[in-house]
Design a protein around this ligand. Structure first.
Ligand code: FES
Length: 273
């Protein structure tokens, strides 16, 4: 009986999530141009970070990129038997993907957009029983609280990548510094990487599970002023969870696209200072 355009929201959700899933899967299989060396610094795409292993002998990997990947890689080069299509993305993408897939907000959104269950709030569905998430397979959505811990670690890893993106081995006129020396600088790519950390941080630390962890189990918050303050901050992010969910989704995709364009030479990063 809803007379408004109730189908617009699930349709937009369907299009937005489908576009992101398509793009990120395609980039993971493409597995190249995820590290851009620009003017004495390097930008690593968040889709491929952290690099656990990497293939050192792919055609797009120049000596410069290989050295930078060595610095980023936790475990070195891929074993020789690993197929070439196994990019670093495949080893890590399960964590942020699992976190988003089980997110309370996204669950509400994609149950409507992809399964029509229900098609939208207060819109009838073709069955009259509600089975909830207490049985197989949806009971597994409860794993979200554990994914939170993994996702939180990723924020620090991405912050470290962004930190490397403001360390330049050339001065602002482009002159190389002495070997091993770096100086603080800022390029558009640095801002893009830091923007990604801020949006993803706002999304991750506004998580409902984190909110519960930080203060949800306390009966009298007034007796724990520090936790009460933290609870307030998390609550503030949490009340904008949907906004952060979409901004961070868009920005993480844009960050990857920016690094990709710089890495293949289509765009040149502009150094601000
Ligand atoms: S509820 Fe959305 S990230 Fe935890």
């Amino acid at each position: 009986m809803r007379r408004d355009a109730w189908w617009v929201q699930p349709l937009l959700t369907f299009l937005g999530l489908s576009a992101f899933i398509g793009y990120s899967t395609w980039r993971a299989f493409m597995g190249q141009d995820f590290l851009a060396i620009q003017d004495g610094t390097n930008y690593l795409s968040p889709f491929f970070s952290p690099i656990l292993y990497f293939h050192p002998n792919l055609s797009w990997v120049t000596d410069e990129v290989r050295n930078a990947m060595h610095d980023h890689a936790w475990l070195g080069t891929m074993p020789a038997w690993a197929p070439l299509w196994v990019s670093p993305s495949f080893l890590i993408l399960w964590a942020p993907a699992g976190f988003r897939f089980t997110c309370y907000y996204y669950r509400g959104a994609y149950y409507k957009a992809f399964w029509g269950d229900p098609p939208n709030c207060s819109v009838g569905e073709p069955r009259d029983s509600y089975r909830g998430e207490q049985r197989f397979p949806l009971i597994f959505q409860n794993i979200h609280r554990y994914f939170f811990y993994v996702a939180a670690v990723f924020i620090f890893i991405l912050a470290y990548d962004a930190f490397l993106g403001i360390q330049f081995s050339t001065d602002s006129s482009g002159k190389a510094l002495a070997a091993g020396e770096t100086q603080f600088g800022l390029g558009i790519g640095s801002l893009v990487l830091w923007g990604n950390v801020i949006f993803l941080g706002g999304y991750t630390f506004g998580c409902h599970s984190f909110r519960h962890l930080i203060g949800g189990g306390i009966n009298l918050l007034s007796k724990t002023p520090i936790r009460s303050k933290c609870y307030e901050c998390v609550g503030c992010l949490n009340s904008r969870h949907m906004l952060f969910a979409w901004c961070s989704l868009f920005w993480v995709g844009f960050t990857d696209a920016y690094v990709w364009m710089c890495a293949n030479g289509t765009w040149t990063d502009y150094r601000i200072f």
